[in-house]
Design a protein around this ligand. Structure first.
Ligand code: PRP
Length: 215
């Protein structure tokens, strides 16, 4: 698939494909699933943070010369889409100790696949912040777009939302690009398609169930 300017896939290195090969195997042990998923989540969060704004900063090195560098110039927070998005919180906390994390509870109806919003609790100053929206699976994009709507209602600027996806369907990416073109998406894999049950193919199964051990 040709991706739009709003999609930022991780470089498809052999190492990344090897990690995907481990966790996509239906016989993958749960501890391996968690371990390698978390390694990929770390890469995704780093990639997402590359998209944030930086300003110039100079420091004096131990050699006594000037290094013309950069410093992070944004207020940031995470917002996880419960439940699967919570799988990304540990890595975010490792990268940014003390980071504020909001929660949005959205569950897809098992039959209709339509998302239902049950709960939200966001940092009070979220309208001033850039947001890493932690949503591992983008299938129909219904859940992700419902979460984006919650952020927009709370005053977050659309161009300050970076969605952190693990797997994305071409259909879901197109829908986000059409409906929320300024939202940027970081993903570790773009799948071939969705099947009739709105699962991605080749896919990984239910990420939340596999990560939290509720299969
Ligand atoms: C899954 C997944 C996403 C959503 C993706 O959540 O975690 O939130 O479906 O599908 P969509 O793009 O078609 O909306 P689910 O409701 O199954 O709950 P979970 O987080 O507990 O796995």
């Amino acid at each position: 698939m040709t991706t739009g300017h709003n999609v930022h896939p991780l470089p498809q290195t052999d190492q990344l494909r090897a990690m995907h090969t481990i966790i996509r195997d239906r016989d993958c042990a749960r501890e391996d699933f968690v371990f390698y998923s978390r390694r990929i989540i770390r890469l995704l969060l780093e990639h997402g943070m590359d998209l944030l704004p930086f300003t110039k900063k100079e420091v004096t090195t131990p050699v006594g010369t000037t290094y013309h560098g950069l410093e992070f110039a944004a207020e940031l927070c995470g917002v996880s889409v419960i439940r699967a998005g919570e799988a990304m919180e540990g890595e975010l906390r490792d990268l940014l100790p003390g980071v504020r994390i909001g929660k949005i509870l959205i569950q897809r109806d098992k039959q209709t696949k339509q998302p239902h919003l049950y709960y939200r609790h966001l940092p009070a100053d979220i309208a001033e912040r850039h947001v890493l929206l932690l949503e591992p699976m983008l299938a129909t994009a219904g859940s992700a777009l419902a979460a984006v709507d919650v952020l927009l209602e709370a005053g977050v600027r659309e161009d300050r939302i970076i969605m952190v996806n693990f797997l994305s369907s071409p259909e879901g990416l197109r829908r986000v690009a059409t409906e929320r073109p300024r939202v940027r998406i970081v993903t570790s894999a773009i799948e071939d398609r969705m099947n009739e049950n709105a699962f991605m193919v080749p896919g990984i199964g239910d990420f939340g169930d596999r990560f939290f051990g509720t299969t």
